[in-house]
Design a protein around this ligand. Sequence first.
Ligand code: PLP
Length: 426
Amino acid sequence: MHYFNYKNGLLQAEQVDLTQLAEQVGTPFYCYSQRTLERHYRVFNEAFRGMDTLICYAMKANSNQAIIKTLADLGAGMDVVSEGELRRAMRAGVPGRRIMFSGVGKTEREMALALKMGIYCFNVESEPELAQLNRVAGELDKKAPVSLRINPDVDARTHAKISTGKADDKFGIPYLDAVRVYKIAADLEHINVTGVDMHIGSQITQMQPFLDAFSLLRELVRDLRAEGHSIAHVDLGGGLGIPYGDENEIPPDPVEYAETIRTAMQDIDCRLVFEPGRMIAGNAGILVTRVLYIKQGENRRFAIVDAGMNDLVRPTLYEAWHDIWPVRERGKEVQRTRMDVVGPVCETGDFFARERLLPPLEAGDLIAVMTAGAYGATQSGTYNSRPLIAEVLVKDDRHALIRPRQTLDELIRLDVVPCWMDSKCE
Ligand SMILES: *Cc1c(COP(=O)(O)O)cnc(C)c1O
């Protein structure tokens, strides 16, 4: 469910005309719908009405200040994985008590900052990390609230690059080690064991891997309580898949997912924490790009557009499917032909769609790469010296530039030519 629809034959973001917006801000650009973001958060939150929950939006999906403030204003917490994300959360006014710190490689400096901010909890992923957190907390004379991230060794049946809950993935503490490591944690002076955590992967489109992981988690909570640990929360992670338009991949509906968890966790007697990213931001954003050329190759037809893999890397990195909508609506009866939609970057992997049935396109046409709100802008870069693109937030009939397009001067002036190459210096 999202608010990108055609009106009088032209694609709108809520009530904002994308053709006009493209004239104003130039292409390519990301466009997000605030109403869509709000709706996703509310629907998920309301599915747990009456239960003690904390929904920590996974900021790595999209960490623009305007996006996180939209969610924070609705009461969302944040799941952060770096000092940069901690500082972004702070700047958007998210209170420490609603911040969860995840990730396998937290530095001492990041731990210290999070402790000073009084965050809700650290998801600790290894014994050495636990020892270091204990030391850092000791130096600050604090107790660090901790849940251990447990790797349940379940197959999330998603793309290999975004599976995180298999024994061979770098994430979490093995399930069979959990009780032993909890004992170590409980004996550390500056660690306060408060919960248990799991996150088994991303873009998960079947319920079964979640159910398998959560039933292991319930057993673990029971075992840990029997050992005398007080478990005040369980963190069920994120990872629910969203429909990208590929008929072979239909994920559970978020409400259905929530209801299933609600039933499974009803009597667990502690707070439920969630870390959804994609489910909140994914289809709240699109990438708008202009066709530069139509090129007929020997065997294939290419639409070459002005956005590239540096702007949206998901197809390249995960073989991800994104729906492509022409901004000017074409009737159902138009003849569709198979085409590759590709960018200008000098890599064969620079594509948005392959052999896709599309209506006729010509140079100058605008197209929208749909469902680009999560892991789009945050994974973008400047390969081929292409500046970071503009981001626009729409609400009703209003729009705002929430990140201006980077200028070439801003991009180039980060480079420093060493003094010894400069004839003017000694
Ligand atoms: C990436 C990540 C998430 C969010 O995953 P989505 O698939 O976007 O919901 C949540 N928790 C952790 C620890 C993550 O690494």
